[in-house]
Design a protein around this ligand. Structure first.
Ligand code: PMP
Length: 441
């Protein structure tokens, strides 16, 4: 049964993001509260959260440690500027974050979202190249099917056509590497797919075409989440690292989804043993409770900014809410939960069980691929005659009817439960999901 909007809530004013507004209003799905692995919908039904919100709430919902830290902080100091001023919390948080980032990425710039983290990272890359006397390096390279948020920088390097097409010319001087999805060779791979490392070599072709001296940075999601859980082929990230290092091109990992245990380590960079020059994150940083993002930058990049006159502002960039005290309080409490409950380790310990559970769906109707790593999974459905995404949307809708929240993206459904999930909850998710797939046909 579809939920109705609350009697006092007018459907006419909220312009919903990434939503078919008119379709939604005809049958709204509303969530009212959340605890652990469950949402409660407005009609009172318990909805098992198969997505950790939007890949954010890695420690589960309703964490008192976070809400208490947030309310204490609002009462103590609700806001403080961080332009030419400071307060202790972002210093403390940056230090704590640098303990779990890959080696050498110890400088942290705070933002309020993944999109802002991406645009900040691109600006750091461009400004760094100038700072070291490589000002001709202005080109940026993204990848097909990538999602890097909705800023103009992010949609320019991003490679999802729907996110770009309504918005004109975007940033000039941007190229895209080929994506790494390969159903012909890699369907139903467990973990990283075997084939496709050579797709990284396209970067060499772009270097030949444009000249390394004109290229500032390459940005990739180590694992594409929003496009439907696309994993890097074995050796692919290493190859990108080798080629970028050889040509003085910076490598940026967008870890907005993969960060904070999703792939079984603090970051995908650690899981797959490749260290970028810049790493973006958000979402799980505060367990989704307060908007916040971060850009973790290699020490040697930071040092290059610090070589000018001491009285000069080194990087003309920042947000009113960079290092917001309430967001910092939420993030500090979140990192403490991750540490105390060893949630990244839990994710890796459950990986095989999770993978087996997802692969049990292999023979259901129209399932043409299953991709999984850590505590994330993507099931891709055969294209429907009525167009891209029709089948996955129907499975999403039916799952919600069955009391399970999943995420539809194109022809793929993504699942990414909170890292506190246990085996019976995984079984319940898979049972509801299987039923939805069968009903949707
Ligand atoms: N980068 C990646 C890899 C993402 O997955 C997302 C959001 N899903 C973003 C950036 C944008 O984050 P936000 O929605 O917080 O701006």
């Amino acid at each position: 049964m579809a939920n109705d909007l609350h009697p006092t809530a007018s459907p006419d004013h909220f312009w919903m993001p990434f939503t078919a507004n008119r379709q939604f209003k005809a049958g709204p799905r509303l969530l009212e509260s959340a605890e652990g692995l469950y949402y409660t919908a407005s009609d009172g039904r318990q909805i098992l959260d198969g997505t950790a919100g939007l890949w954010c709430c890695n420690a589960g919902h309703g964490r008192r440690e976070i809400s208490e830290a947030v309310s204490r902080q609002i009462a103590k100091m609700d806001f403080a500027p961080t332009f030419q001023m400071g307060h202790p919390l972002p210093f403390e948080l940056a230090e704590q974050l640098s303990r779990i980032t890959p080696p050498g990425l110890n400088r942290v710039f705070f933002t309020n979202s993944g999109s802002e983290s991406v645009d900040t990272a691109l600006k750091v890359a461009l400004a760094y190249q100038r700072a070291i006397g490589q000002g001709t390096r202005t080109r940026l390279i993204g990848r097909e099917l990538a999602y890097h948020g909705v800023g103009f920088g992010g949609i320019s390097v991003g490679g999802m056509p729907n996110n770009r097409r309504a918005f004109g010319a975007l940033l000039p001087g941007v190229d895209h590497l080929p994506h790494t999805l390969d159903l012909q060779r890699n369907a139903f791979s467990r973990g990283l797919p075997q084939y496709g490392v050579e797709r990284a070599d396209e970067l060499e072709r772009l270097v030949t075409l444009h000249g390394a001296e004109n290229i500032a940075a390459v940005i990739v999601e180590p694992m594409s989440g929003s496009a439907g859980v696309i994993l890097p082929p074995l050796g692919y990230l290493q190859r990108l690292r080798e080629i970028t290092a050889k040509h003085g091109i910076l490598l940026i990992f967008d870890e907005v989804i993969t960060g904070f245990g999703r792939v079984g380590k603090a970051f995908a960079a650690e899981r797959w043993g490749v260290t970028p020059d810049i790493l973006t994150c958000a979402k799980g940083l505060t367990n989704g409770a307060v908007p916040m993002g971060a850009v973790c930058v290699a020490d040697h990049l930071f040092e290059a900014f610090m070589s000018g006159p001491e009285s000069a502002i080194e990087f003309f960039h920042g947000y009113t809410y960079s290092g917001h005290p309430v967001a910092c309080a939420a993030a500090l409490a979140t990192l403490e939960i991750y540490r105390n409950e060893q949630l990244f380790e839990k994710a890796i310990a459950l990986e095989d069980y999770w993978q087996d559970a997802l692969f049990s769906l292999r023979s259901l109707p129209n399932v043409i691929d299953i991709r999984t790593v850590g505590l994330v999974g993507g099931l891709q459905f055969a294209p429907h005659a009525d167009g891209v995404g029709k089948r996955a949307y129907e499975v999403f809708r039916q799952s919600f009817e069955n009391g399970l929240l999943v995420r539809a993206s194109g022809d793929t459904i993504a699942l990414s439960p909170a890292l506190i999930v246990d085996k019976p909850q995984i079984d319940a998710m898979i049972a509801r999901f299987a039923d939805a797939i069968r009903t949707a046909g």
